[in-house]
Design a protein around this ligand. Sequence first.
Ligand SMILES: C[S@@+](CC[C@H](N)C(=O)[O-])C[C@H]1O[C@@H](n2cnc3c(N)ncnc32)[C@H](O)[C@@H]1O
Length: 285
Amino acid sequence: MVPELLVTRAELLAEATRLLLEARLADARREAARIWSWLERRPASAMPLDDGVAVAPERVASFISAVRRRAAGEPLPHVTGWAGFRHLTLRSDARALIPRPETEGLVELLLARVRTGRVADIGTGTGCIALSLALEGGFEQITGIDLSPEALALARENRRETGARVALVRGDLCESLQAGSLDALVSNPPYLTTAEYRALDSSVRGWEPELALSGGPDGLEAIGRLLVDARRVLRPGAWLALEVDESRAGECAARAGISGYTEVAIHTDLFGRERYLLARRSDAE
Ligand SMILES: C[S@@+](CC[C@H](N)C(=O)[O-])C[C@H]1O[C@@H](n2cnc3c(N)ncnc32)[C@H](O)[C@@H]1O
């Protein structure tokens, strides 16, 4: 199709839907509408999409180019540059994991238990957890930590966009945190096994950082270290909230039980999968 020949929004959307359907995307029309609304910087609900309004040729060209990126397999948040998370709209690109709806539940569970004091988000990525805690809770101090300088740069952009008060620090898990300094520690760490990571669909593996996804041969490298480190940095009675893989949730809970935590519980996500481990640091030294 020659973009210049497209004259109305209705024709443009029909063409975009056709391109996305050809690429076997199930929700082609909705995705086409999302890309269009991003280009227009207006919510899809605020625009009629199938009217006879003429579209300027340069708008046609940028829209079709974005649709082609999506048709080639690039994730929608990378194409639009934005992802929704709880009440936030965050910048999202190849520098960090795209925030997932499951992770919204981790924030919910933590906020139901603790809303004040000092909290750290380990492996902050886009900053989605730390920024949500800053805007929804009443915490005194929030620290987002990541090993990846690229992810931290993105989190800083999101901090600027949202205006949230969060300290963003480069570091390896909890090593930069002081002993007994936290009232809560939250993390969505990399938790796939090396084999699971290699078997991931190219729509994920091709676009999101390996550091964000791969948790070593047994998928428990980061979680195992976190259980030990968190015990050092949490004050007695403070909360630990981790996102875990459903197939290893039981094993993570068992490890927490023998690593100095009480009230260890696994919670399910919005898809009914065992996804979250909540526990409190025991009083014992
Ligand atoms: C699954 S992603 C989670 C990102 C974000 N919190 C979210 O929920 O979308 C895991 C994050 O942990 C970071 N990470 C991996 N290993 C780390 C380590 N040893 N220390 C700190 N961060 C690490 C990755 O760079 C990545 O941003």
